[in-house]
Design a protein around this ligand. Structure first.
Ligand code: ZN
Length: 437
């Protein structure tokens, strides 16, 4: 009863008003949020058990009665995976007729399709609006979102979020940075939401030709190294805050605050677990959609590796927080050099001159030895020798233990050069691939 009351209060007090939602994210004790989540978790599991073929089958196979469930661990090894979404028909997950669909390509090839109702998209937008408001976006501001269009969800949710805030919004697809640069003064945008690599290209133009007044930049859709973030912040003299989300989660999962210390999570609509964690607490993030009823996902394995941050944030938000995504679980490669993940190579390559942003590292096999092969597109006429020297120097100074394994002969380094444009064709090119058989 008490819990029901809490949820009713949350709805009545907060309602559609974004500033009130932000206040609730700063004042509601975390224990209360947990209790609301537990109740919502039980409800969505029981709902899906009745209407979702996929979950009903899993429960039957495991002999689990969803009647009294409150905690995700009580579902044992029942999860929903990307492979499930790709290999089974949409009807196995749909609980009622949908009103919208979005796709996500991910790293597994063919797209996953996730279905929504308009209300569900509105709910997601409400929390994105709260995150933007918390970070200083106000009615009258002018935001441009340049996330890829097509079947991607990001721009739509941002557009709906701006509507809730009374913010002028252009969801422009992904124009060439040059085209957007020319429009910045025309439309007076002062907030930009975009992919990290696109932002870097835009900033390079602004560095040469001058920046316009911008109050906030939100980068999402890919991971952003601190070197890139620092560069973009310096050019625009505005904070760059990272957002983290996915189509499966219905848009935003979390966003940084001005402290730039991990993502504050949308715990109103989503329940989070970190599973298979190591000694430092890093494991795979698992998300349950608490509010959606069209295609609820129960314990969806995101494949993203992170950990919870238990310490309270200086900004005062009481919602849970996760560390920046360390790696994609399926991008981690165990090899002669050690446990490799893409972040290592981002740090090695961040200041290497003469290569394009589209690089890839492959782990190959030659006889019984691993080969770490760097694949680059050369630019600016810098010679391969200089590139290779810089890579080896950075590897040695930044990852001495990885370099030590090289000196021990546990793997060999190789370099391959490809025509410009070869590596950037996929929307989400894989930074690190394991090609050993
Ligand atoms: Zn914070």
């Amino acid at each position: 009863m008490l819990k029901k009351l809490e949820r009713v209060l949350e709805r009545v007090m907060v309602g559609e008003r974004i500033p009130a939602l932000v206040r609730s994210g700063q004042s509601v004790p975390h224990g209360m949020i947990r209790r609301m989540q537990e109740e919502a978790f039980g409800e969505v599991v029981r709902y899906a058990a009745r209407r979702q073929k996929f979950l009903a089958r899993k429960l039957r196979e495991s002999g689990i009665d969803p009647g009294r469930l409150r905690h995700p661990e009580e579902l044992g090894d029942i999860f929903t995976t990307a492979e499930d979404l790709l290999s089974l028909p949409a009807e196995d997950f749909l609980c009622r007729p949908p009103q919208a669909v979005f796709e996500t390509t991910g790293t597994l090839g063919s797209p996953k399709r996730i279905y929504f109702s308009y209300d569900e998209l509105e709910a997601s937008a409400r929390h994105e609006a709260a995150a933007l408001y918390k970070n200083g976006v106000r009615a009258g501001d002018r935001l441009v979102a340049t996330f890829d269009g097509g079947y991607w969800i990001s721009s739509w949710v941002t557009f709906l979020a701006c509507r809730k805030l009374g913010v002028f919004c252009s969801a422009a697809g992904k124009p060439h940075p040059r085209e957007l640069y020319q429009r910045l003064p025309v439309y007076g945008y002062n907030v930009i939401a975009a992919d990290p690599t696109w932002l870097v290209s835009l900033s390079e133009i602004a560095e040469r030709e001058g920046a316009f007044p911008i109050k906030l930049i939100v980068a999402a859709g890919d991971r952003m190294t601190e070197a890139y973030r620092g560069y973009v912040q310096q050019i625009w003299k505005a904070p760059v805050l990272l957002g983290y989300g996915s189509t499966e989660a219905g848009g935003g999962i979390g966003m940084e605050c001005r402290q730039q210390q991990g993502y504050h999570l949308d715990e109103y609509d989503l329940l989070f677990e970190v599973v298979d964690s190591d000694a430092q607490g890093y494991g795979e993030l698992v998300v349950t959609t608490l509010a959606r009823r069209t295609e609820p996902l129960i314990r969806y394995r995101t494949r993203d590796v992170t950990r919870f941050i238990e310490a309270p944030c200086a900004c005062g938000v009481t919602l849970g927080r996760i560390a920046p995504i360390r790696a994609r679980r399926d991008e981690m490669v165990v090899m002669g050099a050690g446990n490799m993940h893409p972040e290592i190579f981002e740090r090695i390559l961040q200041d290497v001159e003469g290569i394009s942003d589209n690089w890839q590292v492959a782990v190959r096999q030659e006889g019984v030895r691993d080969v770490l092969e760097f694949r680059f597109e050369l630019t600016d006429g810098i010679s391969p020798e200089r590139v290779e020297q810089a890579v080896q120097q950075n590897l040695e100074s930044r990852f001495p233990e990885v370099w030590a394994n090289h000196l021990c002969g546990m793997y060999r380094l190789a370099f391959r050069y490809l025509p410009v444009g070869t590596l950037g064709r996929d929307r989400k090119p894989r930074r690190l691939v394991d090609e050993r058989t």
